[in-house]
Design a protein around this ligand. Sequence first.
Ligand SMILES: Cc1ncc(COP(=O)(O)O)c(C=O)c1O
Length: 397
Amino acid sequence: MNREDFNFLKQDVIYFDNGATTLKPYILADNISDYYNNYSANAHRGDYDISLKVNAKVAETRDLVKDFINANNSSEVIFTSGATDSLNKIVFGYFRDYLKENDEVLLTKSEHASIVLPWFELADELNLNINYIPLDNDLKVTMDNVIKSITPKTKVIALSHITNVVGDIRPIKEIIEYAHKNGIIVLVDGAQSVPHMKVDVQDLDIDFLAFSAHKMCGPTGLGILYGKEKYLNNIKPIIFGGGMNASFEFDGTRLYKNNPSLLEAGTPNIAGIIGFGEIIKYLNNIGMDNISLYEKKLRNYAINRLKEISDIIIYNENSDSGIITFNKKNIFPQDLSLYLNKHNICVRAGSHCAKILKDDLGIKNTCRISLYFYNTKEEIDKLVSLLKNTNILDEII
Ligand SMILES: Cc1ncc(COP(=O)(O)O)c(C=O)c1O
């Protein structure tokens, strides 16, 4: 779908690393260069027309994001530098005050470093207990296991909507409903879900959500922190400076603004925000439901084709997203990715930042293809024909 929108795709390269970052359509660079060339003033700093135009553009993107995830209010949408930044701001800005010694935080072992490590740090600081919801044989999170893992001390569940290695879509709505009945707040890492499916924060009743623009055709260096107003009213900034204060005096008295400004100290990534606004419109035009349906069909096609190869081990055959994790028997995954690279195919090899999944997965390193709406069956066919080669090692030595 929409391949003509991407300059990158004019090359003879097959890009299957969309979980890491996606390709960018022309409109992104066009809008960013329009800002830098024609109206590159700061936001919230001037009373002249050009600065006011910048303010309006930033506000427009915030509104677009609000509608895209169906937030209740634009002030619940905070611009950050990425999902990692959003997650850190939530963990340290909200939960540092909310939690106390011996409270329990539930994670899973397939989470990304960007959600696990902030929790490890806060757990050390506050003496929290981190526990893990067990994964089933398909490496999925089931409601049964969520229910079994909750204790009276559980205060937070923090997990991805879709994981970046196994690509399983978690039953987020049910998890949140059950958690809320037990007074538990749920932090959702939407880095791999928001780009690929409709995520409606009100329908799912999400408390906190984090995601990155660059994984959904947008610019690098920009992410979103969504939080329900009632939580954002009690969040503290972890970065201080211009833009977030209303006043300060020589004796240290200071008055801070409300959100979204409170969590957006310093000059924001204006060019990125403006570009991202166009990307939200672009994705809306394609339709998020069309994107997820297309990816699902392409995934099924890829799984069926990969299963033709007897020495390919697929680790997540029963997942639903466009992420497929596999190995070829007796070949180190990095060697396999180097071989594919020689044939202009980009795949990811390694532990994919989910370093504590290795026990459940039964292996430390894998190859991963992660699809997006511009990938095609023909690209999968090319991959499969290369993987059928029985002399791969000869090629890379
Ligand atoms: C599930 C998940 N969470 C968080 C992140 C971090 O995103 P970023 O590096 O854009 O901050 C990633 C990136 O791969 C991810 O896949």
